[in-house]
Design a protein around this ligand. Structure first.
Ligand SMILES: C[S@@+](CC[C@H](N)C(=O)[O-])C[C@H]1O[C@@H](n2cnc3c(N)ncnc32)[C@H](O)[C@@H]1O
Length: 238
């Protein structure tokens, strides 16, 4: 695949900032079709070290709130400033996706890359804890690490080479996620598909020089990507 916007970022910097499969490639594929107009106010939910937020602000012209639970917003702000971004473009904030500190109807759109499976598996999460913060007609774009087919009853050895059954319980197939979205009132599923960049996004991640990437490399080398995918979801608040 071609990733013109991802290519504007230094490869070493990307390796230092991603926390899983290449966030920039996932974000770029997720936003294909220009679903969010420049100037929109966007929540980057589970934004990690802020590299996807940098892309949303710099490459797409979105005013981006980078909300994350585990990372340090001050450190993220310094990183964003080092890329030439200002607090008019990105607002890093420490926040729990379960208790978002914003006004209802505040955001034009929500983007969440490699994070939604941490909090969105609870069936009522979307209706009660996320949708209220989005404007009517607003979109939610998700890139969810998933399974080609749920295999929790008979987990293959290649997956267990790096992850426990409890960790793998965060991953599900498209049918499992679709059932959650379709039972949620006030939202319409406008697109749902396997993302094309999964293999190369993982290849970029397992090359990274950190213990998490080295740990994941074992499963990938054993064939885990035959079982894993990334699920693109586009929802529209009605
Ligand atoms: C695998 S990392 C991905 C980070 C980033 N999106 C990326 O792709 O590099 C998952 C992120 O989800 C965030 N997260 C997990 N639970 C969360 C919650 N309840 N509220 C907000 N963020 C959460 C973590 O802080 C972490 O940064």
């Amino acid at each position: 695949m071609e990733f013109p916007k991802t290519n504007h970022f230094d490869k070493n910097l990307v390796r230092a900032k991603i926390m899983g499969p290449n966030t920039l490639k996932l974000t770029e594929e997720l936003l294909e079709g220009e679903l969010i107009a420049p100037g929109s106010i966007v929540l980057d939910l589970g934004s990690g070290c802020g590299i996807s937020s940098a892309m949303l602000a710099r490459e797409y012209g979105l005013v981006t709130y980078a909300a994350d639970l585990w990372s340090d917003p001050s450190q993220n702000m310094r990183f964003l400033e080092s890329l030439g971004l200002t607090n008019r473009q990105v607002v890093p904030i420490k926040a729990d996706a379960n208790v978002l500190p914003f006004a209802h109807g505040f955001f034009d759109a929500v983007v969440s890359v490699d994070s939604y499976n941490y909090f969105g598996r609870e069936p009522k999460y979307l209706e009660y804890k996320l949708l209220p913060y989005l404007k009517r007609g607003g979109r939610i774009l998700l890139a969810i690490p998933g399974m080609v087919r749920d295999c929790h009853d008979d987990l293959p050895a290649c997956l267990l080479a790096s992850w426990t059954p409890e960790q793998l319980d965060y991953m599900h197939d498209m049918a499992w996620w679709r059932a959650i979205f379709e039972q949620t009132p006030g939202v319409e599923v406008t697109d749902m598909r396997e993302m094309s960049c999964t293999q190369e996004a993982w290849a970029d991640w397992v090359e990274c020089d950190n213990d998490y990437a080295r740990g994941d490399r074992v499963a990938v080398k054993a064939g885990a990507l035959d079982y894993l995918n990334t699920i693109k979801v586009v929802l529209r608040k009605s």
